[in-house]
Write a protein that binds this ligand. Sequence first.
Ligand SMILES: Cc1cc2nc3c(=O)[nH]c(=O)nc-3n(C[C@H](O)[C@H](O)[C@H](O)COP(=O)(O)OP(=O)(O)OC[C@H]3O[C@@H](n4cnc5c(N)ncnc54)[C@H](O)[C@@H]3O)c2cc1C
Length: 561
Amino acid sequence: MGRLATLCGDNRQSLEHAQQILDDIEELSTTVLVSIKQMLGGKIDTAGLDGIQIISYEIAMLHAEIFAARSIHEYAVTCCDDGQAQFETQLACCCIAEVIGKTRARLEKIKFEINIGEESLREVFDSAHVRAFSRAYLDPAAIADTGRQALARIGFGRSQLDDEKEIIAANFARFSNDIVAPLAEKIHRDDLTVPETILTPLREMGCFGLSIPERYGGTSPDAGEDHLAMVVVTQELSRASLAAAGSLITRPEIMAKAIYHGGTEAQRAQWLPRIARGDPLCAIAITEPDAGSDVAAMRFKASPTTGGWRLNGAKTWSTFAGKSGILLVLARTDPDLSLRHRGLSLFIVEKPTTEDKEFSFSQDDGGKLTGAAIPTIGYRGMHSFTLFFDDWFVPAENLIGGDDAKGKGFYLTMKAFAGGRLQTAARANGLMRAAFEEAVRYAQERHVFGQALSAYQLTLAKIAQMAWNLRACHEMTYKVARLMDAGTGQLEASLVKLHACRAAESVTREAVQIHGAMGYSEETPVSRYYVDARVLSIFEGAEETLALKVVAKELISNAAA
Ligand SMILES: Cc1cc2nc3c(=O)[nH]c(=O)nc-3n(C[C@H](O)[C@H](O)[C@H](O)COP(=O)(O)OP(=O)(O)OC[C@H]3O[C@@H](n4cnc5c(N)ncnc54)[C@H](O)[C@@H]3O)c2cc1C
């Protein structure tokens, strides 16, 4: 405890040390980016980037970790003058000490390729102040003490929200606890469809219109977007159930953004108020059996016909496609495959709704749409469908943006997905929170070798790590929401998605582990949290694609010598 007492004695001093270390790591990573850009001869194209995938991946993940460390650090600084100072400083500094180790390991892995000498690494990572900092905050006693304090503070943390957002959070927390939580296990275990007992009140609470401006019937201010409200609501709902509550917002979020940014005024006026009311519910149909991450490779066809378009082909993994009345479908309106992403357009496709896991609908003029739900290990409640379109007719007015927007579907999809990434991070946060709370409860109740699990150093270390992951992801998410409200934050949305989804896997894994065999039983919710968390790194931008094709590409492109 001696070392801890010395360094933690002055919270501000510890946080200043941390800041300096993060600055140094970031400076080194800037040098690394410049060196990578030089390696590529300044030409940032797919062939070049594919040749350095491992390097790019490590760089993207490193930047996500630094962003996490900066976020928890900033929060701790804001707590410096209140009663939380000691705990929040310790939590942030333990997190940062872990990040120091991780970032070093990432750079060690790629140092031979990127022309960064041992000396530069040692200068940053073996300096006296890094060694002192790491010794203090990787100290088992410091980590156990952090875990002990986290245990005592379930619901820890000072609110960063204004009164309005606090009210929103409280309302949705109540709904989550009273309505969603009692149904969540049954929906998961019996693979049910989200019931109207959840959907109807959510419609009334404005849940589907969170990203839609007030003038179109939503709750987002007309003057600008309100991502923070969306994050707050998502977190609270995901705490009770990822699939049967928290993810209900994802589809209207993506669809409304596509229509708002890319639609004609008539399309906005027609569809946004309806989406905001949750009538109809909507689903997204981008992925195809032979093209997921590689959106530009999609082949699904839209062919012109009198008064509109005929859709032909297969889409897959379209979540909630059964219960939804409209689908956002990305289709190739130009048959020339060499156009890649420039040949794609977006459609609003109307269909009848059903709760069945298999369906087949016909149009009077012969169009047919069939769907079948894909069995999944988790994320149950909405069901993800494979869809087959056979000459399905869509009227001309349902091409988003009209004829002028033909070929712009890819860009609109990407824009709409940025909000989806932030929302996915918020979903991860809700899930982590639920897993953390269950783990803490169980660790205190369960006795092994004569003591509560929570009395042991190793359990306390797990609790501490869960707590700092949760805190860091929370703070990153709020930060990105505010950036996006200000019209920026696209790169940060990808960073928080990368980091929070990984963190959710780790936190839910530890929650299962703390439960021992009970964690593997379907009788405890942590097993659901674990399988649910696994999907987060796959959808809304699979981890590798996001890291390589979005984050690393942008970081390397922007590197300035
Ligand atoms: C539960 C669930 C719900 C979903 N809901 C929807 C939905 O509502 N609507 C919808 O349209 N889609 C949905 N999806 C699909 C999801 O968006 C895709 O799974 C995702 O885009 C990845 O595509 P893929 O599965 O085809 O993987 P692939 O593209 O085949 O990739 C396979 C793996 O390879 C990695 N990879 C890809 N490219 C590269 C590369 N160049 N180098 C190295 N590695 C690479 C990927 O990251 C991934 O790990 C859902 C998926 C799931 C599991």
